[in-house]
Design a protein around this ligand. Structure first.
Ligand SMILES: Cc1cc2nc3c(=O)[nH]c(=O)nc-3n(C[C@H](O)[C@H](O)[C@H](O)COP(=O)(O)OP(=O)(O)OC[C@H]3O[C@@H](n4cnc5c(N)ncnc54)[C@H](O)[C@@H]3O)c2cc1C
Length: 388
């Protein structure tokens, strides 16, 4: 029998996309979040959506399909939310990474699968487009298929869409635990008070970002292959670039000048503001796992920004924030599917750096699978406890 109702834990982009999708398919939906509205990792994102270079793996294909669906998703949210604009705009991107500047022709050839126009820009055109840049790259590549969205507006529109469709959202519930008892599943507070007791026919989806592991811990012997990875960003008092700019910063303590930790983006944020960031930082353990911005993160961002704009950037910082991204430790994309074959408990997390891009489509997959109307590609399934 198909379930008629659903309980969702976590109200970030994944939880609310699941709720909206389930409600559109006629399920009754309740969402519970431990924290106040506005504190999810999704609210710290910098809103970049990119079509990948090609679709030669299931994860890249998922990103590609998500890219193709985003314009319709933004439009649907606008209608469902009574006109809220999520700030979706195909603004294009400038790839100024070192390897691109060295061999732009090769970069262009690799990008043919991205679906949009790509072309090489010479130093003169770049200097006109980016007057605030102090670097003088020989060349760069313009990539049409890159877009921005405003994460806060996105979350407001998604929440409004959910509530107008009839989803119940309960924020600020304190630490929620999920227990399996002889009477079925129970959501409870840390002190053991019952928050809700889903019926046997009511699946529960765990979409609590990196903290999904703590929820699943009570249900299985092994931790989920998931870890938090800190990301930090700043906004700058510098006019926003016309396109998303991606470059390799030269950082003193990072030996790999083309790796993840050296790659930074200068982003046209909402209202014409400059956002700068997406740094991949270190995340401590236990109580250090806090989404507060750090002094180390700030110095790293300033060093990267100064390698691009020149000295004196610290006086131009307007804001600084951080978030903990849910990274799946299993290679190849998010963790989606039922937990150890139990169709009462589902997992939807591990979206790492692409939650905004792929969240809506992965939500559709999970709901279709719960209803028995479609299957999530096997490659994204949650590794069974005890499997090698
Ligand atoms: C600086 C930065 C920049 C980023 N930029 C981009 C970008 O440009 N493009 C992109 O696609 N992605 C980006 N990301 C990644 C993106 O933000 C994440 O992939 C996405 O937000 C993950 O969403 P989520 O719903 O899984 O988790 P979250 O947004 O963290 O939501 C999880 C929710 O679960 C709640 N919760 C926790 N524990 C419990 C519990 N026990 N019970 C109930 N609820 C609980 C939390 O309070 C939270 O509200 C960025 C991330 C960062 C940090």
């Amino acid at each position: 029998m198909k379930p008629e109702s659903l309980t969702i834990l976590g109200a970030g982009i994944i939880g609310l996309s699941l709720a909206r999708e389930a409600r559109l398919r006629g399920l009754r939906v309740k969402v519970y979040d431990s924290r106040p509205n506005g504190s999810s990792c999704t609210h710290s994102a910098t809103g970049v959506l990119k079509a990948p270079e090609h679709r030669r793996s299931p994860y890249l294909d998922l990103r590609h399909r998500s890219w193709e669906e985003w314009p319709d998703f933004a439009e649907s949210l606008k209608q469902e939310s009574g006109g809220l604009d999520v700030g979706f705009r195909i603004c294009g991107g400038l790839d100024l990474r070192d390897r691109t500047a060295r061999d732009p022709q090769r970069a262009v050839e690799k990008l043919y699968g991205s679906g949009g126009a790509v072309r090489i820009l010479e130093a003169e055109e770049l200097a006109t487009l980016l007057p605030a840049m102090k670097r003088v790259p020989q060349s760069a590549v313009f990539i049409e298929h890159q877009a921005v969205v405003d994460p806060s507006s996105l979350m407001s529109a998604l929440e409004k869409s959910c509530t107008s469709l009839g989803v119940e959202i309960h924020y600020d519930q304190g630490e929620i635990q999920l227990q399996s008892t002889t009477d079925g599943l129970r959501l409870q507070t840390e002190a053991g008070d019952t928050i809700a007791q889903p019926s046997e026919m009511e699946p529960v989806v765990l979409s609590a970002g990196w903290e999904t592991s703590a929820l699943a811990d009570h249900l299985r012997a092994e931790p989920l292959p998931l870890e938090p990875v800190r990301g930090e960003a700043i906004s700058l008092d510098i006019p926003a670039p016309p396109h998303i700019v991606t470059f390799d910063a030269r950082l003193k303590d990072v030996p790999d000048p083309a790796g993840n930790r050296s790659r930074f983006s200068w982003i046209p944020g909402p209202g014409g503001i400059s956002w700068f960031g997406n740094s991949v930082g270190d995340t401590g353990s236990g109580k250090e796992r806090s989404p507060q911005p750090t002094t180390t993160g700030r110095s790293r961002l300033l060093e990267a920004a100064e390698s691009f704009f020149g000295a004196g950037i610290s006086d131009r910082v307007i804001d600084h924030w951080a978030g903990l991204r849910p990274k799946s430790l299993r290679h190849g994309g998010p963790l989606l599917g039922s937990l150890d074959g139990d169709r009462r408990v589902w997992i939807a997390t591990g979206h790492y750096r692409t939650g905004l891009l792929i969240g809506p489509l992965t939500a559709r997959w999970v709901i279709a699978d719960i209803l028995g109307e479609g299957e999530i590609p096997e490659v994204f399934s949650v590794p069974q406890a005890g499997a090698d």
